[in-house]
Structure formats: structure tokens, C-alpha cells
Design a protein around this ligand. Structure first.
Ligand code: FAD
Length: 573
């Protein structure tokens, strides 16, 4: 067992003495050989490796670490979690459809396979100092072994992948009284709380009114997470708990509060309609246009948009799932680097934090600054006008368009009045004829760009985006040495100030919305929609294949099988 542990913590193996007591004798071993390539041969001259510090072990950070293959970096990871959690299965953890340990994988286990020079600190970064190239950290509160000393970690390259926090919109009482569904601990707390409600409602001293309140479960937010949780909860209550608490069935209710007019409004209308009808059939009460203004310990206060009326709803448990906000450490960092007026930290298309050398940000904590992309495009057009006539001929124009579309494939433009597909459409709209057939008036084009209202479509804060960004950045780091040795780089990006690599491209692979009762909706590329039991099997296979290791895959599939045969476990442990 100890040798297994040393495989995961190689740098500690020299310091640990193993004592075994057998048959009255005491034996001590201290010569446990380390695994991996952590110790350089003493005879070899030490080469100072560039230090890459990664903050966070979520989707973005882990994807970066998993795909990094170049052992010439010294990788230091700082995160309050020493594991990666597969967040899409967290709603299933809240009701025991899958167990918490099945959806997590130790980060050391993931990185070990790449044979990297790697160190991990279970700590929180609370300050980033870009002047001295240091991050300031403090140990997490989770660690029962204590350890309060703060420390700093130097970096040559910093990768910020700290994700986001739940957004409460400063609604009073949310932090104190509601559950969030963001981390594994949140899911476990919700699971315990559901059972608590049932045990509490079973006590002889509790009257009917109180039973109704305690067994009223409220979900705030009709996005994918809130909807999936409500569906999982409904299945748990109706498939498992009512068998164990038959007398309480008549008191159970679930309410979903949504501030907008529909749930799942980022999905195709067919999916939204199906989900709303299904919830109605299942008896999940969905209240639209309901703004929660306060969460007290036993009731929620909401304001109805249509009537302006204020209502108090008694509840037993509330789960808050209304989207994400910026972490305080990121807000401080943004102020420090002159991005204090922004809501989300901005990077360029190479995921470099704007204005800070050698600092990258990916995943939910950052967004690509689309306004800058537009300026960049305007500059490309101007530059292509070598004659200075203010016009481009068809040949040059086609070259430029090809270049832009290759660099910015995810471009979708929103004008004040309409949504356009790409730049060619923007030009066509502006020039009134096919842009490909004519010479281009650059000034007109620039003024067209200045009309662009909501900028280009920004990427959604999803695991899919975070994982692809992590993989992209790892690929850049894997090729960094090669590019240093061949500084010319690809012809297209040879200009001074340009990055050596192609910009990040997001490839949307579709999204799922599990709706309970073994039914799922899927919106796949090309706006292909599929809903029902067969899509649930697609969901099972996609998620099983996306799990980070064979161990977790095996455990999750086992949990699904166990649930089919024995149902979900309702013990409060
Ligand atoms: P995270 O995965 O949140 O990781 C952030 C990391 O930073 C964590 O390891 C955290 O511990 C660490 N950290 C936090 N603070 C600090 C600090 N101060 N210092 C150092 N480290 C820190 N997306 C999908 O695409 N499909 C889905 O089906 C889906 N389902 C979801 C279900 C749920 C319940 C939730 C909560 C999210 C879901 N998402 C889904 C969204 C997806 O999980 C996020 O978009 C994704 O996790 C973002 O990745 P990230 O690496 O940016 O952040």
C-alpha cells in the first residue's frame, strides 16, 4: 500500500520511514525508490526548467495537464482539490444515482501517466503578483491536518484555470440558507439534506402543515443544471423514497423558479417545449417570471414580474442554480491589470491574458475579448490594402477573407437589428451586393464593424469549452521548444507581436439535457435535435466515454447498473 502511495507522492518517498510491527519485532525501511523521473541524476548538470504554475484542477486545468507531454517544464499545480471532478454527473451524485467517489480522479493519478516533472500543493491562490511573477497561496480549510502557513510559488508561465463561483446576485439569505450545486461537497450536502427532510417529516411531533413545508423542494434557476437536478430529484422521490416513506407521499412537492419565460432557454425551442410539458406531467411546478428577492430559513420571497406581487413560499430545502460569477481573487487580479471595468477576465484568441506577459487564462474564469478580435480584423483589411487606395481587388479580398475565416471560425455577428453568420454576410449586407464579386471599400467595412452591437457570440461557460482550451494550450506548450528553434513560425503569423500558434478554435459537439424518467434531450451540431429514451442511451455512452479514467468509467457504469437493480440508497451517512 505504501509503495502505491509513493507512486502518487514520489517526492515524499525519501522522507518517510515505514514501520511494521510483526511478531513482536520492529522493522524500519526508509529506502523506498521513487517513481517517475523526479530525481535528476547527480552526475548530470542541472538544467533550469521553465516553471509552469497551473491554478485549478477542474476541466481546463486537468485537460491542460493531461495533454501536456513535454517533460522539459517544471509543473507546479495549486488547487484546493487534489482531484478532478466530472461535474456533468454531479446532479446524479445529489441523489445517489452515482457515488461521489465514482466521479473523481486524483490529479496525481492523471498526471503520473505523462511522466512530467510535477508538484501539487493543496492550497488556494489568493493573490497573483505579475510584477515579481509569484502566486500567493494559503492552505485550504479542508485539510484536517492543519497547516496554516502561507507560501508563494514562482512562475515563468502562469495558467489560471480557477473556474467560477455560484452567482447569488447578492440576494439576501442565499449563502446562509440555500444549497449550491458546484462542487462534489455541495452534491453530498444536498443528498444528506434530502434524507434529513424525510426523517424530520417522519417525526411524530411534526404536524401536517409542517410536513408539507419540510417536503417542499425548491430549485431556483431553470438552466441545464437546475433542470437536471429537479428531474433527478423527482425520480429519486418517486422511484425510491416513496417506497420507504409511503405515508409522506401526499406531502411531497417540487417547485422550479425561473426568472425568464421558459426553462432551458439556451436550447432549441422543441427541447424547451418538451421539457416544460414533461415537468407538468411529472407534477413539477414551474413558476416563470419569478425573481427571488430573499431566502429566509424557512421561506423564499419572490416577486412576480407580471403582477409585481410579492409572495412567500415555505420550503424544506432550496437549491440555488442561477449561473456563475467571478471569484474574488480573479476580480482583484482584474483590477490590478486594468480590467476592473470588465465582468469577466479578457484574453486574446491565444488565451493570453490581455496586457500581462506569460499569463494564460482558460475555462469559466475568462473569456476571449471579441471586441479586440474585430479591431484585429479591421487592421488586417487595412494592411492588405498595399496600394493605399482604400479599396481591395477581388483577389486580395478573397485572400483576406480566407485568412480571417481560418483564424476566427466561430465568428457569428450580431448587429443591432439582425444576426449574421459571418464576415462575408456582414460585407454583403453592408455593400448591398455580393461582397465576393466586387471591390471592397475598406472605410465602409470599418464603419460596418463599428455597428456590430453585441459583439461576436461569446463561448458558453461549459466543460466542453474548458477542456478544449486546456488541450489547445497544452499543444502550444508541447510545441514551444520546436517554435523557439524555428522562430519563423507559420507564414501567416510572422508579424511582430503575433503569437506563434494558430488561435484557439472551439468545436461545438452538441449538448444534452437529461430530463428524468430515462429521457434525455440532445441538441447536436447542425441543430439536430433528439429527445427521448434512445437519447438517454446516447447520453450514457457519451458520458461513460468522456470520463477521465478507466477506473471512474468502471465505477460509474457499475453505479448505473446498481441503481437499475437495487434503486438508490437512502441512508443518511
Ligand atoms: P472548474 O471545473 O470549476 O475548476 C476550477 C478549479 O479551480 C477547481 O479545481 C477549483 O478547486 C480550483 N480553484 C478554485 N479556487 C481556486 C483558488 N483560489 N486557487 C487555486 N485553485 C482554485 N458543462 C458541460 O459542458 N456539460 C455539462 O453537462 C455540464 N454539467 C454541469 C453540471 C454541474 C452541476 C455544474 C456545476 C457544471 C456543469 N457544467 C457542464 C459546466 C462545467 O462544469 C464548467 O463549465 C467547467 O467545470 C469549467 O471548467 P473550469 O476548469 O473553468 O472550472
Amino acid at each position: 500500500r505504501a509503495s502505491h502511495a509513493f507512486r502518487d507522492y514520489p517526492s515524499l518517498s525519501k522522507l518517510v520511514v515505514i514501520c511494521t510491527i510483526s511478531g513482536g519485532g520492529l522493522a524500519a525501511y526508509s529506502d523506498v525508490r521513487p517513481f517517475g523521473n523526479v530525481y535528476a541524476d547527480a552526475a548530470q548538470p542541472a538544467i533550469k526548467k521553465k516553471k509552469v504554475v497551473v491554478l485549478g484542477t477542474g476541466w481546463a486545468g486537468t485537460s491542460f495537464l493531461k495533454n501536456l507531454k513535454d517533460p522539459s517544464f517544471d509543473i507546479q499545480v495549486v488547487s484546493p482539490c487534489n482531484y478532478f471532478a466530472f461535474t456533468p454527473l454531479l446532479p446524479s451524485v445529489t441523489v445517489g444515482t452515482v457515488e461521489a467517489r465514482s466521479v473523481v480522479e486524483p490529479i496525481r493519478n492523471i498526471v503520473r501517466k505523462n511522466n512530467l516533472d510535477f508538484g501539487f500543493k493543496e492550497a488556494e491562490c489568493y493573490k497573483i503578483d505579475t510584477v515579481n511573477k509569484k502566486v500567493h497561496c494559503k492552505p485550504t480549510q479542508n485539510n484536517s491536518m492543519g497547516g496554516k502557513e502561507e507560501f508563494t510559488v514562482d512562475y515563468d508561465y502562469l495558467i489560471i484555470a480557477m473556474g467560477a463561483r455560484a452567482n447569488t446576485f447578492n440576494t439576501p439569505g442565499v449563502v446562509e440558507n440555500a444549497h449550491f450545486l458546484k462542487e462534489v461537497e455541495d452534491a453530498l450536502r444536498i443528498r444528506r439534506s434530502i434524507i434529513d427532510c424525510f426523517e424530520k417529516a417522519s417525526l411524530p411531533s411534526v404536524n401536517e402543515e409542517e410536513k408539507k413545508r419540510i417536503l417542499h423542494f425548491v430549485v431556483v434557476g431553470g438552466g441545464p443544471t437546475g433542470v437536471e437536478f429537479a428531474a433527478e430529484l423527482h425520480d429519486f422521490l418517486h422511484e425510491d423514497l416513496i417506497k420507504l416513506y409511503p405515508d409522506l407521499e401526499k406531502y411531497i412537492s417540487i417547485t422550479l423558479l425561473e426568472a425568464g419565460d421558459h426553462i432551458l432557454n439556451m436550447f432549441d425551442k422543441r427541447i424547451t417545449a418538451f421539457a416544460e410539458e414533461k415537468f407538468q406531467r411529472d407534477g413539477i411546478s414551474v413558476k416563470y417570471g419569478s425573481m427571488v428577492v430573499k431566502v429566509a430559513d424557512k421561506s423564499i420571497t419572490l416577486k412576480e414580474r407580471s403582477s409585481g406581487e410579492t409572495k412567500h413560499i415555505p420550503y424544506g430545502m432550496v437549491v440555488w442554480s442561477t449561473g456563475i460569477g467571478t471569484r474574488p481573487v480573479i476580480t482583484d487580479f482584474m483590477k490590478q491589470i486594468g480590467q476592473g471595468n470588465r465582468r469577466v477576465m479578457a484574453t486574446d484568441e491565444w488565451l493570453r491574458v490581455e496586457g500581462v506577459p506569460n499569463v494564460y487564462a482558460l475555462g469559466d474564469c475568462a473569456t476571449i475579448n471579441q471586441r479586440r478580435v474585430l479591431e484585429d480584423i479591421a487592421a488586417i483589411f487595412s494592411k492588405a490594402d498595399k496600394s493605399g487606395s482604400g479599396k481591395l481587388n477581388v483577389e486580395d479580398f478573397n485572400e483576406v477573407i480566407k485568412d480571417i475565416i481560418e483564424r476566427y471560425p466561430q465568428v457569428e455577428i450580431h448587429l443591432k437589428s439582425k444576426k449574421l453568420k459571418n464576415f462575408v454576410q456582414l460585407l454583403e449586407t453592408h455593400q448591398g451586393e455580393s461582397a465576393k464579386q466586387t471591390t471592397l471599400d475598406i472605410e465602409k467595412f470599418k464603419s460596418a464593424l463599428s455597428e456590430v452591437d453585441t459583439k461576436m457570440k461569446s463561448l458558453p461557460p461549459t466543460a466542453q469549452v474548458a477542456a478544449q482550451q486546456g488541450e489547445y494550450l497544452a499543444e502550444c506548450f508541447n510545441r514551444m521548444k520546436e517554435c523557439d528553434e524555428n522562430p519563423e513560425g507559420p507564414i501567416r503569423f510572422r508579424d511582430s507581436g503575433r503569437h506563434r500558434f494558430k488561435p484557439f478554435r472551439y468545436k461545438h459537439l452538441g449538448q444534452f439535457a437529461p430530463l428524468g424518467g430515462e429521457q434525455t434531450a440532445a441538441q447536436l451540431p447542425g441543430d439536430w435535435v433528439s429527445i427521448g429514451h434512445s437519447t438517454q442511451w446516447l447520453w450514457y455512452s457519451v458520458y461513460a466515454s468522456k470520463l477521465v479514467s478507466w477506473r471512474t468509467r468502471f465505477l460509474v457504469v457499475g453505479d448505473w447498473g446498481r441503481r437499475f437493480v437495487f434503486g438508490r440508497d437512502s441512508s443518511r451517512i
